[in-house]
Design a protein around this ligand. Structure first.
Ligand SMILES: [Zn+2]
Length: 282
């Protein structure tokens, strides 16, 4: 597999030849930064763990150079930080037994530039090679610019594929801004009650991000617990961990569907829900 940047890499934890490793993929996650995958895609990672018939592949689009740094990492150059973040992402791929981990190595500003076609071309090439059934990425209401840029590139890439080569489903998951605000009927839920140990391990390898005081590991596990506790549906009463996703499948099934309007509809249903409740009790 060739990508636009020759510094892009494909890491295969079990050392299978690259083509064989990639073609076994069933669940593909395309995220902005090293550590986003383990925050947004715990559901599919657990679903594929220790399975011969389901395989999870992770893709990180950016290079990690602009990462915040503190403590022992404070004096690290951008390149040293990039190497640390690549190393951490590879560790997570080993812990989660991913089919493969790809780093596309783009500077954030390239990903955020809508006129730059290279990230989309790389994602198209990956989709063709991996032919996933389900794709996971960021959601359209995330508050991080690079995250929203990535989901837009993913939608563009999938839309460019012939209809019969597109994945069956596309989910936008939560990092910077959770999805609790969506009305319950709009929420796609992933039950994360099992293997909290593995979830903690996947998040815990990101020492360079966590040791600066940002406890993404504790915050992500706590969000899953809070989602489960505050979600009022009877079929998941027993869940002690839940993550939410915005179902973006309609956007890839119909390439003409307007992306802004699509996310606005979720926001409108939330607004109507708030308004209707207040009206009922006023
Ligand atoms: Zn991120």
């Amino acid at each position: 597999m060739k990508f636009y940047l020759d510094t892009a890499e494909i890491f295969v934890p079990d050392n299978l030849p690259v083509e064989e490793a990639l073609t076994r993929t069933t669940h593909l996650c395309i995220a902005a930064h090293q550590d986003d995958i383990e925050i947004i895609a715990a559901g599919p990672i657990l679903e594929c763990f220790q399975r011969d018939d389901k395989w999870f592949t992770g893709v990180v689009v950016t290079d990690g150079r602009g990462s915040p740094r503190n403590g022992m990492y404070e004096k690290y150059s951008d390149e040293a930080m990039r190497l640390v973040r690549f190393k951490e992402q590879r560790k997570a791929a080993v812990v989660g037994e991913y089919a493969a981990q790809i780093m596309l190595d783009y500077p954030s500003k390239v990903v955020k530039d809508g006129s730059s076609t290279f990230p989309v071309e790389d994602i198209v090439a990956l989709l063709k090679e991996t032919r996933p059934q389900v794709v996971f990425t960021h959601n359209l209401a995330d508050k991080h610019e690079t995250h929203v840029a990535v989901v837009l590139r993913v939608v563009t890439a999938i839309r460019s594929l012939p209809e019969n080569e597109r994945p069956q489903r596309l989910y936008g998951c939560e990092v910077w801004r959770d999805l609790d605000w969506m009305v319950d009927s709009d929420k796609t839920t992933f039950d994360l009650s099992q293997r909290e140990n593995l979830q903690a391990a996947l998040l815990g390898v990101y020492d360079s991000q966590i040791s600066g005081g940002k406890r993404y590991d504790l915050a992500s596990l706590a969000r899953r617990r809070a989602n489960a506790t505050y979600f009022a549906s009877h079929d998941v009463d027993d869940a002690v961990g839940l993550s939410y996703a915005m179902d973006l499948t309609a956007l890839i099934a119909d390439p003409e569907l307007d992306i802004q309007n699509y996310v606005q509809d979720f926001i409108d249903r939330f607004a109507q829900d708030v308004e209707a409740l207040i009206t009922r009790v006023l």
